[in-house]
Write a protein that binds this ligand. Sequence first.
Ligand SMILES: CC[C@H](C(=O)O)C(=O)SCCNC(=O)CCNC(=O)[C@H](O)C(C)(C)COP(=O)(O)OP(=O)(O)OC[C@H]1O[C@@H](n2cnc3c(N)ncnc32)[C@H](O)[C@@H]1OP(=O)(O)O
Length: 308
Amino acid sequence: MWRFMSIQNRNELLCTVNRISCVINRKGCYRHLSRTSVLSVTDNTSIIQQLQKVEGGKIKLEKFDDSKIAVLTIDNERIRNALSGSMMVQLRDAINQLEEWKEGKGVILIGASSTFCSGADLNLAKQFNSPEHGEAMCELMQTTLTRLKRLPMISLAVIEGKALGGGAELTTACDFRLISKNAEIRFVHVKRGVTPGWGGGSRLVNIVGRRMALRLLAGSIKITAKDALQYGLADDIISSDQVTLHAGMNWLKKIIDGPVNSIRGIKQIVTYADDLGTDQALQFERSVFTTVWGAPALMESLETKKKY
Ligand SMILES: CC[C@H](C(=O)O)C(=O)SCCNC(=O)CCNC(=O)[C@H](O)C(C)(C)COP(=O)(O)OP(=O)(O)OC[C@H]1O[C@@H](n2cnc3c(N)ncnc32)[C@H](O)[C@@H]1OP(=O)(O)O
């Protein structure tokens, strides 16, 4: 159910869709989806505080005002960038900051030390392996990665080395993926007797289709760079002589070369079309369009005769 709560003024439209509340305004064309995610939110605070005690590594967030691109680095070199409990909470906090960055157009997710991420820190599973801990970890990561995917910025995972298990799932939470020539993505969950839990199984179906997703997940197939390109899981291969972050920045800049409000509005329209039915998505598209129609970027573009 799509309900326009109110037109607070010409520049702001508060609307709610199935408990997803967002404010669409001329400035950022978006405040963002409410923090109460679409998933059923139960209070796992105390369990998350326990998970957080499995420390190690860090999630680094850098925002570049010139390019309007943020870089999220997964950094836990000692254990091949596996995500500790404290890193999972840091990732959530970094997404909180990105939701408030109204000028951002792009975000890159990359691993430190020439590898991507080897999944969840297995020490977590050794210390906290009750169903409640599993549920709390999954809800934290699913909610965080859904919010990453829904940021009104175009996101790109730059994959070097290995993306295994939860690390492979992280790649599916971005809009695009660049992969180094010798890199490998592998959904190893079944080898550990588990399944995807961070939302990567559901997202993979939308990326490569039902049959291929089933093969890659159940078969735990090693996905090389060439395979990933062929399956549609990667959008380009980075040659080995390129510095991956620079290659990622250059690739993303080509996609976000437009006014902030247009880029952010386009990403939102695509997100809503992906997440909602056609009628609601069209209605949302109209509501976004009304925030950029007549805005400075359009009026400036009319001042010069542009031919494309
Ligand atoms: C929903 C998410 C899902 C879940 O929670 O169920 C998961 O993600 S489960 C985790 C899935 N990932 C794995 O099973 C990866 C296991 N690790 C490896 O395959 C290898 O370590 C590899 C390929 C990542 C790196 O191999 P390499 O030969 O380069 O180095 P080492 O194997 O010696 O590893 C170095 C050091 O890192 C530790 N390590 C690696 N991955 C993890 C991890 N995921 N959790 C904790 N520790 C990890 C490894 O044990 C070595 O430490 P050391 O103290 O020397 O034993």
